[in-house]
Design a protein around this ligand. Sequence first.
Ligand SMILES: [Zn+2]
Length: 201
Amino acid sequence: MVPLEAGAGPENPPCPACGEPLFGWIDARPGLAGPVSRCESCGLGAVGAAGRAEEALEALDRMRNGATIRIASRASFSAWIGGAGWAGLEPASRYLFTPESVRRLVANRDQVVAGTRWSPGRGIATMWQTVLNGFTFGRNLALARLGHAESVHAEPPWQRRLDTLITLVVAIPALIAAIPLELTAAATSRGSTISLDLELL
Ligand SMILES: [Zn+2]
């Protein structure tokens, strides 16, 4: 195995959360601001340029509700099986957080993560949409229809029409598959959606 330090360089900018080099994860594609890189240490994903800690903290704070932040976790089982089809990867995504990367980032402003909880409803929904994305040309079509995600539609009209049909046909079987998958993931601390409570030191 190559030491992480060996990858540092212009092609592998430092992770905004922990400083380790970032490596390529997903190539640029429609519906994303750029290629996605990931940190193999804290798990943070960055869409486009890596940016700095302040920028990642700003993105994190946009997801904040009081002292609680709910993230689609890039360390989740759904992100692992989904890859580019992971439902947590949305057109407006700039950073893809993990509980560990949040811990590292908020430490910059003397905050700690006092507790983490799996969010069952959102977690199952994310797993369900990730499974559905494996069948459709577009992405996040069902969750977007329900008002819970941003979708990326296929360009050709015939693909869009087919996507609507596929989503209808596969929705229930995909849900039946997603529930045990997400429950198993949560049992091994790899749930799709995690709420983190922040506290000042
Ligand atoms: Zn990192």
